[in-house]
Design a protein around this ligand. Structure first.
Ligand SMILES: NC(=O)c1ccc[n+]([C@@H]2O[C@H](COP(=O)([O-])OP(=O)(O)OC[C@H]3O[C@@H](n4cnc5c(N)ncnc54)[C@H](OP(=O)(O)O)[C@@H]3O)[C@@H](O)[C@H]2O)c1
Length: 243
């Protein structure tokens, strides 16, 4: 196997994850990208060509995570870069939120990151080098009515980021979160025209962000140059939230 680094990017079939996978590939990293369906995995494989691979993964299912980890071991070197990007929304006002809407979102966005991160740690600690990026959200800090489950999951990811950063720093592994604002993807496509208009009025830069703008930040945090940054949440939100 070559010296080329391997990155594992969850949710690489569309939107932000697809842009991250493309950018890391351009950076010279071999990218294993995941989708929830075989067709999605196949389309990732086609897009990345010989610079990557596509696998089917459901991060809410421990068995699926175990299978993917074993498959990654067969096709690539141990991942030294992990991007926990996969995420879902199931919005509802708390008064109306079902137990399933709550637990599906927490189990995917937060517990999913735990399930995928744990098995890749050993390789990074052994290599004394690693980069873990958790994709949070600006609403993890701002809050958002109708997204109590999603906001809790993203705020949780930030805390997870800080704690893990402390655990692995002495081994050269950095752990950071990137918190996108309002980015043009399928996820925001699902919002009503009114919701979009209200959100745009609150963004000083006056536009939605592009998936590539998140990918650029992730790429930097994965680079050698970002070796002294850990435990941070980097906001990429057009000024929607400062700090
Ligand atoms: N778009 C925004 O404005 C925005 C803002 C803040 C934060 N974010 C965060 O950025 C990340 C990507 O968002 P996006 O807008 O690109 O979302 P998206 O277009 O809806 O794509 C979601 C990705 O996650 C995958 N996925 C969903 N459930 C999964 C599961 N159980 N196991 C594994 N993969 C799963 C999807 O796979 P399939 O294609 O197979 O369904 C897809 O690749 C998410 O964590 C989201 O919370 C987005």
């Amino acid at each position: 196997m070559s010296d080329q680094k391997t990155a594992l990017v969850t949710g690489a079939s569309r939107g932000i994850g697809a842009a991250i996978a493309a950018k890391l590939t351009a950076d010279g990293v071999f990218v294993v990208g995941t989708a929830t369906s075989d067709a999605g995995a196949e389309s990732i494989a086609q897009r990345l060509g010989d610079q990557g691979a596509g696998l089917t993964l459901d991060i809410s299912d421990a068995e699926s995570v175990a299978q993917v980890m074993s498959r990654v071991g067969e096709i690539a070197s141990a991942p030294l870069v992990l991007v926990n990007n996969a995420g879902i929304t199931k919005d509802n006002l708390l008064m109306r939120m079902s137990e399933a809407e709550w637990s599906d979102v927490i189990d995917t966005n937060l517990s999913g990151a735990f399930r995928v991160t744990k098995p890749v740690l050993r390789g990074m600690l052994k290599a004394r080098w690693g980069r873990i990026i958790n994709v949070g959200s600006v609403v993890g800090r701002l809050g958002n009515p109708g997204q109590g489950n999603y906001v809790a999951s993203k705020a949780g990811l930030e805390g997870f980021t800080r704690s893990l950063a402390m655990e692995v720093a002495s081994r050269g592994v950095t752990v950071n979160a990137v918190a996108p604002g309002f980015i043009a993807t399928d996820m925001t496509e699902a919002l009503t025209e009114d919701q979009t208009k209200i959100m745009l009025e609150r963004i000083p830069l006056g536009r939605m962000g592009e998936a590539d703008e998140i990918a650029g930040t992730v790429s930097f945090l994965c680079s050698q140059s970002a070796g002294y940054i850990t435990g941070q949440t980097v906001q990429v939100n057009g000024g929607l939230l400062f700090g």
